[in-house]
Design a protein around this ligand. Structure first.
Ligand SMILES: NC(=O)c1ccc[n+]([C@@H]2O[C@H](COP(=O)([O-])OP(=O)(O)OC[C@H]3O[C@@H](n4cnc5c(N)ncnc54)[C@H](OP(=O)(O)O)[C@@H]3O)[C@@H](O)[C@H]2O)c1
Length: 290
């Protein structure tokens, strides 16, 4: 095996971590760091773990996400979302591995209808979650030139541990919920976590320069449109009700219209195509359950 294809994932049980394990399952030696293996806020413990594991690429998919969760525990949000990635960046300089870190479209202000935020757009973080994420976006490139910072938008995809928005909606529909509710004024770039992970593999293997990238399936949609399309693809009759985002209040302020596009790399396939593939997989996995 090519010795450079040796990766280590933090946050491997999460949605993106799961997709990374799957996308790199052949030809790469990938290891996931379990939460109990290391206190990620302790730089000396991290150094010991990484010195022993000697990865060539470290993927950081660990995050405290959610506007409410971060408002309620801002200290933890900054420790995991800002300080831990900055420690990884310092250790990447010290130990020589490549760092792949993830950020979010949520750091941006609302953009004009039809527009999308590119790598040169100016973030305006409004809450503890987005401040803590943007902190790492700023620190990492200031510490090391050998890091990729990949900004993502709303992901759908396999996630064994817990369900996020899209998967939760689909499960409720498959369990017979007569009506689902989704915001029609929250606009994102819906993306399939497996497409995202596959492109990251290509970028690494093709030697794409490190730096900041926006990575998403092509196109944009409201959460209402995303859920309605998925329900249609699954052939379900569940009614989806379009509501304003004000119907889903959060503790912190947030932006609503934050689709992303890249000025540096081609977009992934259109989100509708990716969603159709995900829905087929989602239904097959559910049908296979005992
Ligand atoms: N999912 C999306 O829609 C989306 C959108 C934009 C950007 N992103 C970005 O993509 C990256 C990965 O997101 P994801 O959706 O894959 O995350 P996720 O599934 O919510 O969580 C990823 C991992 O974070 C760790 N984690 C979660 N809550 C924690 C807590 N309270 N304390 C300590 N660790 C905790 C867990 O790590 P362990 O496995 O080690 O327990 C978990 O497996 C993040 O940087 C996120 O900002 C995601």
């Amino acid at each position: 095996m090519d010795y450079t294809r040796n990766g280590l994932i933090f946050g491997g049980a999460g949605k993106l971590g799961t997709a990374l394990s799957r996308a790199f399952s052949d030809g790469w030696a990938m290891r996931t760091v379990e939460s109990r293996e290391a206190d990620v806020t302790d730089k000396a413990a991290l150094r010991a773990l990484l010195t022993q594991a000697r990865p060539k690429v470290v993927f950081n998919a660990k995050v405290i996400s959610g506007v409410d969760a971060c408002e309620q525990a801002p200290g933890l949000a900054f420790l995991i979302n800002t300080r831990f990635p900055s420690h990884l960046a310092e250790l990447s300089e010290e130990l020589g591995f490549t760092l792949v870190h993830f950020s979010t479209d949520a750091i941006f202000p609302d953009c004009a209808p039809g527009d999308a935020h590119t790598e040169s757009s100016v973030p305006v973080p409004l809450n503890a979650y987005t401040l803590s994420k943007y902190g790492a976006d700023c620190l990492i490139p200031a510490i090391t030139p050998r890091a990729y910072v990949l900004r993502l938008s709303v992901q759908f995809g396999e996630r064994p541990a817990a369900r996020q928005f899209v998967e939760r909606m689909l499960e409720q529909a498959l369990e017979g919920a007569p009506v689902l509710r989704a915001a029609s004024d929250v606009i994102c770039s819906p993306s399939y976590s497996l497409d995202v992970a596959g492109r990251i593999r290509q970028m690494l293997e093709h030697g794409e320069p490190s730096g900041l990238y926006h990575l998403a399936n092509a196109g944009q949609a409201s959460l209402f449109e995303l859920v309605s399309t998925a329900i249609g693809l699954l052939g379900l009759s569940t009614r989806v009700e379009a509501l304003p985002s004000a119907s889903f209040p959060t503790l912190g302020r947030r932006s609503n219209v934050t689709p992303i596009a890249s000025g540096k790399i081609d977009p992934l396939r259109p989100w509708q195509e990716a969603l159709a593939e995900f829905c087929r997989e989602f239904k097959a996995a559910r049908d296979a359950q005992p």
